[in-house]
Design a protein around this ligand. Structure first.
Ligand code: PMP
Length: 391
């Protein structure tokens, strides 16, 4: 007879406690009640016809957000990293050449993921806050002849929005798939997958979409599918194998769907609702709103004497602003003070930008002048109260 020797933990006797916070860091953002409530609807089976209908709605919503007619469009069960691995695991075979543009942490991560599956990875590197010219990209494509070129549209670690003009065409000229990360930029900056020649595009639910973390929109062009479905070897991950996911999401020509994994149905409900909110506002209105609010924010910061980390105006990401870490202060003291005093999250740098910047994310419903005023007031107060060294 088995007997229990580990008692039930005392901590679980306390009720679950979660504070209300202003989520103005680089993500996750606040989730409006409408989207939260959607997740509280009853669980139904992941193979029931009603969930297939919800998944079809999600596919249409993502096609709208991505501006793509790709049939191979769906949401991965997992965070942005899962989509990143889904893209790379499927598009790259061991021994193939991959090029990643590194101007912050996301290019570094993409390089590491490709390396782990045996890709021959090369990088082009720019200091944090910078970006690449098409000439630099073309030179590297010519030199390394990659099968995939990775770029982050919105580099959330440095606050850079990478210009995209002509990059899709360049990749296609060198027979390379253009893989773009839009986790931090989707809905907050103009992006049209088909028109801009993007072959694989992925995002996350928890930024501009204002849905809880845990689902990640992704889409593959016809060219990407051609390469992926003619691989010599199977992708290393069963869970992220595009053939399986395509069937699970009804994106293939099979008459029925077969069980692959148990989709997070409640997360699908909220993702669907967040896409509905976007469809109501309209993508272009959202792009405009994020730009206008970011400019209002940037003017406010500069009038306080703070400096923006990204020098070129057109390369500033509207969703995540990077502020040069104020001289003489410990950035951690500032973020801690603001959290403690205002229940408001802003963050420090990430990867190559640690110590260099403060990051403020105003995404989706948080992109408003009211939020900006709140952040500016909190920053002003923090700079008054936090320790400033004389040197
Ligand atoms: N790419 C970018 C540009 C991001 O900002 C993030 C999240 N900070 C990710 C990828 C990874 O997403 P997740 O944390 O959801 O795995």
């Amino acid at each position: 007879m088995l007997s229990v020797s580990i008692p039930p933990p005392q901590c679980l006797k306390k009720p679950l406690a979660v504070p209300h916070r202003h989520m103005f860091g680089p993500g996750p953002s606040n989730v409006p009640p409408r989207i939260l409530e959607a997740a509280a609807k009853p669980v139904i089976g992941h193979m029931h016809p009603e969930i297939f209908e919800i998944m079809d709605d999600i596919k249409s919503g993502i096609q709208y957000m991505f501006q793509t007619r790709n049939i191979m469009t769906f949401a991965v069960s997992g965070t942005g990293h899962t989509a990143m691995e889904c893209a790379i695991f499927n598009a790259v075979e061991a021994g193939e050449s991959v090029l990643t543009a590194v101007n912050g942490i996301w290019g570094e991560r993409a390089a590491e993921i490709a390396e782990r599956i045996g890709g021959r990875v090369n990088t082009i590197v720019s200091p944090p806050g910078g970006f690449f010219t098409n000439a630099e990209i073309e030179q590297a494509l010519l030199k390394y002849r990659p099968v995939v070129f990775f770029l982050a549209h919105g580099e959330s670690s440095t606050g850079v929005l990478h210009p995209l003009e002509g990059i899709g065409e360049l990749c296609h000229k060198y027979d390379c798939l253009f893989l773009l990360d839009c986790v931090a930029s989707l809905g907050g900056a103009p992006l049209c997958m088909d028109e801009q020649g993007i072959d694989i595009l992925y995002s996350g639910s928890q930024k501009v979409l204002n849905a809880p973390p845990g689902t990640a929109p992704i889409s593959f062009s016809e060219r990407a599918c051609q390469k992926i479905f003619n691989r010599k070897t199977k992708p290393v991950s069963f869970f992220l194998d595009l053939k399986w996911l395509a069937n699970y999401w009804g994106c293939d020509d099979k008459p029925s769907r077969i069980y692959h994994h148990t989709g997070p149905v409640n997360a699908f409900y909220s993702l669907r609702e967040s896409l509905a909110v976007f469809a109501e506002e309209g993508l272009e209105n959202s792009w405009k709103r994020h730009k206008k609010v970011a400019e209002y924010f940037h003017t406010g910061l500069e009038s306080m004497g703070l400096k923006l980390f990204v020098k070129e105006k057109k390369a500033r990401l509207a969703t995540v602003t990077t502020i040069v870490a104020p001289h003489g202060y410990n950035w951690k003291e500032i973020t801690n003070y603001i959290m403690k005093t205002y229940n408001l999250e802003i963050s420090g740098g990430l990867g190559p930008s640690v110590g260099l910047v403060l990051r403020v994310g105003l995404m989706g419903c948080n992109s408003s002048e009211t939020s900006v005023d709140m952040v500016l007031a909190a920053l002003k107060d923090a700079l008054k109260h936090c320790h400033k060294s004389k040197v």
